[in-house]
Design a protein around this ligand. Structure first.
Ligand code: CA
Length: 221
């Protein structure tokens, strides 16, 4: 899952980012409203965490602009402005959830998980089940048909989760690359093939089809 973290508090970013990455998010950080508005309109992100008090343009204005342009990605507002009327304003503008500062990172992770599960219309659970596979998002473990458990690396986990949330859809190499890596990673889309072959080795070759010239398709059942 690729996340845009819009936050101008550098200390908070420093503490938050490693926890988000450990939880399996590829995180891009932006610290002002103008760049945030632009990046959020690139349709790259599976979820956005948005601070309200930002330089250049306020978070609510940024959110209103995304929604006016028809962008529906889930947005969680994270802010010190935490009175009830500000929350109401946030939801009216199009936020999916709202968390007041200070907060505990575990609560943010739980809310992110719930928002993403809702977006993908699955049961609110840390377990994703598809095609005889169970992916445990809390410890990034994949259980395959014979009941065998495999610990996945960060990239393998993000790739597998993306496949399981989009069963039956053709996903191009570039889409997979965008959703699995952050800005700072070396985005060689050929590496995706290597990871897909490793996943196939774990789950069985036929579960991820190659569609020549188009991409890959994970079979949901
Ligand atoms: Ca701020």
């Amino acid at each position: 899952m690729r996340m845009l973290l819009v936050e101008d508090d550098k200390d908070l970013v420093t503490t938050l980012r490693p926890s988000l990455e450990r939880a399996g998010y590829a995180v891009d950080v932006v610290g002002n409203g103008v760049d945030a508005e632009f990046l959020g309109s690139e349709s790259l992100y599976d979820v956005i965490v948005l601070d309200l008090g930002l330089p250049d343009r306020g978070g609510l204005e940024v959110l209103a602009s995304w929604r006016a342009q028809g962008f529906t990605m889930p947005v969680i507002i994270l802010t010190a402005r935490d009175s009830w009327n500000e929350r109401v304003e946030g939801f009216k503008t199009g936020a999916d959830d709202y968390l007041g500062k200070p907060f505990h990172v575990q609560e943010l992770l739980a809310r992110l998980n719930a928002v993403l599960q809702r977006t993908h219309r699955a049961a609110p659970s840390e377990l994703l089940r598809k095609n005889g596979l169970t992916l445990d998002c809390s410890n990034q473990t994949l259980t395959t048909g014979g009941g065998l458990s495999h610990s996945l690396t960060g990239v393998e986990f993000r790739l597998m989760r993306y496949f399981m949330l989009h069963p039956g859809k053709i996903l191009s190499k570039s889409v997979l690359t965008e959703h699995v890596y952050d800005f700072d990673s070396d985005k060689d889309s050929n590496v995706i093939e290597v990871y897909i072959n490793r996943l196939r080795h774990l789950i069985g070759k036929d579960k991820i089809e190659t569609r020549r010239g188009q991409g890959y398709l994970f079979k949901g059942e």
